[in-house]
Design a protein. Structure first.
Length: 307
């Protein structure tokens, strides 16, 4: 049965650890692992604009001996005359995997249904699992492991990043907290799934509106933009609502002295994070950005072995 990566909990704790360990090895020697020699082609589809996702997948597929086929839905039939299922049936005859950065999670589910090649969620409105593999790799590098770490996400708890932090950190056995304003918490079903997973891995899940309490004594502080793609018309209201949730020097001082700061980028300095934090000594955002490359290569290699 073909394996896909549409949500962070599509892999077990053991499988997550296996992928991360492979990413560590790949990072040591970028060009040693070449499962796409042939060269095989990977379709990388974009509904949304991108910097890190496009570059990391393009370079990573090339590093592994393959050809990245970059497709814009604006110049294809996908989402117009053709369903995701039909697009997948066409592509699977020609490519070894499909990567899609899109809006609706359902589209990814539809594309993966019945297709014979792996489908990877490169971002949807609900989840950002590839980013979380990179983030967990970064935490491992700077904190020694993910299991047992206290990690707090501050900001929009209903965002794809918050949802993925819940599932991925629970899978890794970490203690994950989401701190967000009233009305901006994570989906109840995602919290329930993360709580169930954490009960099996030794982690824990906390959802709160108290950002100060949530960051006190933690190992990792994470935030993301308050205004995600498609919500630009809500910016003024969101800035007012999230005013007390900026990760600034005072908030970082409440975490452990050796805590790290993370942000998936792009960042709005002066809004969700102060310039002094993101550009400061506790920030590991550039390592985090680079690790998209290594984590995604490990993921693709792992999926291709099971295709």
């Amino acid at each position: 049965m073909t394996r896909h990566f549409l949500r962070d909990d599509d892999i077990t704790p053991a499988e997550q650890a296996e992928i991360l360990a492979r990413a560590v090895e790949i990072k040591k020697d970028r060009f040693a692992d070449k499962p796409l020699v042939g060269p095989q082609t990977v379709a990388v589809i974009f509904d949304k604009s991108s910097t890190r996702t496009r570059v990391s997948f393009h370079v990573g597929i090339s590093d592994m001996g393959g050809i990245p086929l970059i497709i814009s839905t604006a110049s294809s039939q996908l989402g117009g005359k053709e369903t995701p299922q039909d697009t997948a049936r066409v592509l699977e005859r020609m490519v070894s995997a499909i990567v899609w950065r899109t809006y609706a999670q359902q589209g990814l589910e539809d594309m993966a249904e019945g297709t014979t090649v792996p489908v990877v969620n490169a971002l949807s409105d609900d989840f950002h699992p590839c980013q979380l593999l990179a983030d967990l790799l970064t935490i491992t590098e700077h904190r020694g492991s993910v299991a047992g770490q206290k990690i707090t996400f501050v900001g929009d708890g209903g965002s794809n990043m918050a949802h993925s932090y819940l599932l991925a950190c629970a899978t890794a056995g970490a203690h994950i907290a989401i701190a967000s304003p009233d009305g901006y918490g994570p989906r109840a079903d995602v919290v329930a799934d993360a709580t169930r997973i954490a009960s099996e891995t030794g982690g824990s899940v906390t959802v709160t509106t108290n950002a100060v309490e949530a960051v006190t004594g933690v190992d990792v502080v994470v935030t993301d933009t308050w205004v995600s793609m498609g919500k630009e018309d809500e910016k003024a209201a969101r800035v007012a609502t999230f005013a007390g949730y900026q990760v600034d020097d005072a908030m970082m001082a409440m975490a452990k002295d050796d805590a790290i700061f993370m942000h998936c980028l792009p960042a709005d300095r002066g809004f969700e994070v102060s310039a002094s934090v993101i550009d400061g000594p506790q920030s590991v955002v550039w390592d985090e950005s680079e690790n998209r490359l290594h984590a995604q290569k490990a993921l693709l290699a792992w999926l291709l072995e099971r295709a």
